[in-house]
Ligand binder design. Structure first.
Ligand code: F0G
Length: 460
């Protein structure tokens, strides 16, 4: 239950336009999910009522962003919009050189190719699907150096995104610093449930990596959300603004990849940033092969305009308070129904612990995949699997069996209301009541890369 004395937050905006949603019957949804091979990624969005598949590219843009859209300079080279984006990144994040890309993985591709030599290790605070696949395609080996608490859905550690410095030191001692390409530091770690690192941890990490000449590459996809948690949970930062904290985080890192489709409140876009002139020079060369000229990188001028405004809006304290307030509202409501979720409640969604929700389904029968399908059938709410399917296979072909087997209820920014959250929590509670009747799945089609997007299943 919510404490009675707590003062409510409310959205720091009002609605000017709405998008109508279709409702479906249970029978229609049953047919739709079967046709989609029990994979929520393969459902037509027309058949979805409340779409919590991802917070990526699903944000509502503000009137300011839409008006900036109209200012887009669609010149092939040297677009005015590029210079606005560059100025916003300098001002709010502080990185020296930037390369726009069509989205985050475009930046990951270029950066991995430049910075990883075959056989090198790339430690990181938990893997992310696209990030790791680009590291592996470039010949690198990902090593998880996040603290153990991150793999425990019940641990209440306030900074489950922290790097375990001992694990990193052990890797350096064992392999030698020259065998380490760089360290990937993700803010508000997605696969751990949207969990932040602390500034204290980052400062210590900076010291350690500087001693060994290891660069820190910041996956800054959800940096503003991480900064909000630092403000709320780290005493020394209680009086600092999200904007100041973001700038400080970036200052301890050497470069970044960004999927602007999350924090930065746009529907498409990303960039790579670096403070290293040589890396920049190479990236400027490579971007024309994969994305487009270095002043647009796969984006239209209007996309870069909207991103420049979105970056600024994302750093507003009230925006983050409402954004994360909504996630907390959904999480507390689920907890009140006894639904097992990852704690503490994270930044971009609620992660339901499918292993304890469905203890009778073994992990090789894909409990999280099965649960996401059941929730869709119950109410048309679309969620996604973050467990053994997402984890994929090791380069040697074996399945990764991650400790976390989760269903992610991801909240797009500025899109749904509190009433939508009630519907979502009540639907999940209804499925929880009949959980023992839910069966597992078997995979009948498995794509080679990032299988969770397109794999197909049947009832086991
Ligand atoms: N890094 C993180 C932490 C991400 O969450 C994502 C995307 C990316 C990189 C890749 O960026 O999609 O723009 O190419 N995450 C989405 C999600 C897909 O649903 O979590 P992208």
């Amino acid at each position: 239950m919510l404490p009675r004395k707590r003062r409510s937050w409310a959205e720091p905006y009002k609605m000017k336009m709405v998008e109508l949603l279709k409702t479906t019957t249970r029978q229609q949804r049953q047919r739709a999910i079967q046709k989609a091979g029990y994979n929520t990624f393969l459902l037509p969005s027309e058949d979805v009522y409340i779409d919590l598949l991802t917070d990526s590219g699903t944000n509502s843009m503000s009137d300011q962003q839409w008006s900036a859209f109209m200012l887009g300079d669609e010149a092939y080279a040297g677009s005015k919009s590029y210079y606005k984006l560059e100025a916003a990144i300098h001002k709010y994040y502080g990185y020296k050189y930037i390369i726009p890309t069509h989205q985050g993985r475009g930046a990951e591709n270029i950066l991995s190719q430049i910075m990883i030599k075959k056989g090198q290790y790339v430690p990181g605070n938990m893997y992310f699907t696209t990030t790791r696949v680009h590291q592996e395609l470039a010949g690198g080996k990902f090593v998880d150096v996040i603290i153990d608490e991150a793999h425990d859905p019940t641990s209440l550690h306030p900074f489950k995104g922290n790097v375990d410095l001992q694990k990193l030191e052990d890797l350096i001692r064992k392999q030698g610093a020259d065998k380490i390409a760089y360290l990937t530091l993700a803010s508000n770690v997605n696969m751990a449930g949207g969990q932040p690192f602390s500034m204290e941890n980052l400062k210590a990490l900076r010291k350690l990596t500087s001693r060994h000449g290891i660069p820190i590459i910041h996956d800054m996809t959800r940096v503003a959300e991480n900064a909000y948690f630092i403000q709320q949970r780290e005493k020394a930062y209680a009086k600092k603004s999200v904007r100041e904290i973001v700038r400080e985080i970036c200052s301890y890192t050497d470069g970044a990849t960004m999927s602007a489709k999350k924090d930065a409140l746009v529907n498409i876009g990303g960039f790579m940033a670096t403070n290293n002139a040589e890396v920049f020079e190479e990236a400027r060369n490579l971007v024309v092969v994969y994305e487009g000229l270095h002043t647009y990188g796969g984006l239209a001028g209007r996309d870069m305009e909207a991103m420049a405004v979105g970056i600024q809006e994302s750093l507003d304290d009230n925006h983050q308070a409402a954004r994360i307030g909504q996630v907390v509202y959904l999480g507390e409501k689920m907890q009140s129904f006894g639904i097992p979720i990852v704690l503490p409640i994270g930044g971009h969604g609620i992660f339901v612990d499918a292993k304890s929700f469905l203890p009778h389904i073994p992990q090789d029968h894909f409990p999280a995949q099965a649960l996401a399908a059941e929730i869709y059938v119950d109410s048309g709410v679309r969620t996604m699997e973050r467990g053994v399917v997402s984890a994929g296979r090791k380069p040697n072909g074996e399945n990764y069996f991650p400790k976390l087997e989760l269903v992610r209820f991801t909240l797009p920014r500025r899109v749904y209301t509190q009433a939508h959250m009630d519907v979502v929590a009540e639907s999940t509670a209804a499925v929880y009541e009949r959980r023992m009747r839910i069966r597992g799945l078997r995979m009948v089609y498995e794509p080679k890369y990032l299988r969770f997007f397109q794999a197909r299943f049947e009832k086991a």
